[in-house]
Design a protein around this ligand. Structure first.
Ligand code: SF4
Length: 568
């Protein structure tokens, strides 16, 4: 049986019989995006190409749903399982309604009819019939939905009923508001067709590990201000519906552009960037809520922010950045300066032996490459003492993730690093390892110890945690954040060029590396492309050369060429 097509529609744009119909994604989407998606006047406005990473995520989610669907059929047994066949929306809606009327226990790949009155539409991975009649929604997602701990309400995969769920002593909820709001959306749709289960509203999620069913009660006050998930959803949905309806009807727009994290992957960025730049909008240097607060206080543009006295009382209290820094950022942005210094010289810890480290991972599947650049600034005699050639080396597995071979490459990386630190200790040499934004490296260092604990050469969690917390492990992103103000972002690709570094590959970037990885290991069923492996290794090597260039630049006289914030 083919389960393909059992994907939740992520598009939120639809006008049916003259009515705007939004799916669940709209409630967590940028309000301006909801406007532009529905504004007929924006039809020809500039757009970016669809983000390949998001496209890839959708494909991966489909594949994951397919695997989970097959597993559920095996566990539950096909007589109780009804899969809605792929077809037009109308055909699927009809098949879903028929299946519910026939009291099917499980309805896979379901699609409820749109609620034109309320403006709601969308599909649902699985409808689960409640013991006392009616249905509850279950969604399959490709992220982790719980963490170690206790308190989550879970049931076994073979028994996806809330009636069989228990408070789990080994799992706690991971915060995923998006999942909860999607379940609220589907619950409202079930209510609209009179098929929602009676009693408290529950919805379920099966996550990346697909080892358990996690249940959310949607009618208890778990949101700020004591709101329930359903109440939070209702408020957000009516707001987004108003925004979309105003756009469709060419009424005055209810949402304007403001730069937020979502902009990085949004197709409308070219249009919004032009708009923000033309208005010199304050969100170009202050993000999210801080920009909104500044606007509310009458400081709507970068020009107005730059004109403020940095030592004066700020017009609003900022939480993310000191007011004086906000003013300096505005002044830097107006002068086209990507980076300014906060201090005359930057405290940068150096050592006799230095290693720049960069890890490459593939989504949630694992970390396939640990790249290390060994430098011995104290001279060739010290390098000789170590018996270890300077330069780049990679510890890698080219078996497609997830693979147990990841344990082998991680163990080799850790063994090399530990032996090097040991030799430094033995010879009385100082040692430092550097990365850029330790979050990712730390996550996979610790996760690798947890996942592969007990396998040859794999350290215990305590050993890794000790290294991560030590003074030998230095996060250059933290150094940049502390001592520089960056008007166009603090990513390595933004900052290293200021220090004079350029990547050999013009397409170098985390997003493209995902595509290269798929080809490199033949993830799509094609033969592995060896040239893409070479490309990934060059890219990783460039990243560690970039961090080395950056930290050497911070200690060099060239740093003085960067203007001081206090001089702006
Ligand atoms: S680019 Fe940013 S502001 Fe514009 S629609 Fe997209 S997310 Fe919203």
């Amino acid at each position: 049986m083919s389960l393909s097509g059992a994907v939740s529609t992520l598009l939120s744009v639809a006008v049916i019989a003259g009515r705007v119909v939004l799916d669940a994604a709209a409630v967590v989407r940028c309000r301006r995006r909801v406007h532009l998606d529905h504004d007929p006047a924006a039809a020809d406005a500039p757009r970016a190409a669809p983000d390949p990473v998001l496209e890839q995520r959708r494909t991966d989610t489909l594949a994951h749903q397919d695997v989970v669907g097959r597993r559920l059929v095996e566990l539950i047994g096909s007589p109780r399982w009804l899969a809605v066949p792929p077809g037009t929306a109308h055909e699927r809606q009809r098949a879903t309604m028929d299946a519910m009327a026939a009291r099917a226990d499980f309805i896979w790949n379901a699609m409820l009819p749109p609620d034109l009155q309320a403006g709601r539409g969308g599909d649902v991975d699985l409808l689960v019939r409640a013991k006392r009649g009616g249905y509850r929604p279950l969604i399959v997602v490709r992220h982790r939905v719980s963490d170690p701990g206790s308190g989550a309400l879970t049931s076994a995969l073979a028994e996806p009923y809330v009636e069989r769920a228990q408070v789990d002593q080994s799992r706690r909820y991971r915060n995923h508001p998006r999942d909860q709001l999607r379940l609220a959306h589907l619950t409202r749709m079930l209510q609209a067709v009179g098929r929602a289960a009676r009693g408290p509203a529950f919805g379920a999620v099966i996550g990346m590990d697909a080892d358990v069913v996690l249940w959310y009660e949607l009618s208890v006050p778990t949101w700020p201000g004591g709101r329930t998930t359903l109440a939070e959803y209702d408020a957000r949905f009516s707001d987004r519906l108003a925004v979309a309806t105003a756009a469709v009807n060419q009424a005055p727009a209810l949402a304007s552009a403001s730069q937020i994290t979502e902009c990085r992957h949004c197709v409308w960025w070219p249009t919004c960037e032009a708009d923000l730049t033309a208005r010199s909008d304050v969100s170009l240097v202050l993000r999210g809520e801080e920009a909104a607060a500044m606007r509310a206080a009458g400081v709507a543009t970068v020009v107005e922010l730059a004109a403020l006295e940095p030592t004066a009382e700020p017009p609003v209290v900022l939480h993310g950045v000191p007011f004086a820094h906000a003013v300096a950022l505005a002044r830097a942005w107006l002068r086209g300066l990507p980076v300014v210094r906060r201090v005359a010289s930057v405290p940068m810890p150096r050592a006799d032996v230095e290693v720049d480290i960069d890890m490459e991972s593939f989504g949630e599947s694992g970390a396939y490459l640990w790249g290390c650049l060994l430098s011995v600034p104290s001279g060739p005699s010290v390098a000789e003492l170590l018996g270890e050639p300077t330069g780049y080396r990679a510890f890698v597995t080219w078996q497609p993730l997830p693979t147990v071979d990841e344990a082998r490459s991680f163990a080799q990386f850790w063994g090399w690093l530990t032996a090097l630190r040991g030799r430094c200790r033995q010879h009385g040499l100082s040692f430092a390892a550097y990365c850029y934004n330790e979050q990712a490296e730390n996550r996979w260092l610790l996760a690798s110890a947890d996942r592969f604990g007990g396998q040859p050469g794999v350290p215990g969690r305590a050993e890794v945690a000790e290294f991560v917390a030590s003074e030998q492990w230095i996060d250059l992103f933290a150094v940049v954040s502390e001592w520089f103000l960056c008007a166009h972002g603090k990513g390595l690709k933004r900052i290293a060029p200021v220090a004079g570094f350029t990547w050999a590959d013009p397409e170098a970037g985390g997003e493209n590396s995902m595509r290269w990885y798929r080809d490199a290991v033949g993830l799509d069923g094609q033969p592995p492309v060896l040239a893409q492996r070479e490309r990934l290794l060059r890219y990783n090597a460039d990243d560690v050369h970039a961090t080395r260039t950056l930290r050497e630049w911070m200690c060099s006289p060239k740093l003085a060429e960067i203007p001081l914030a206090s001089d702006l």
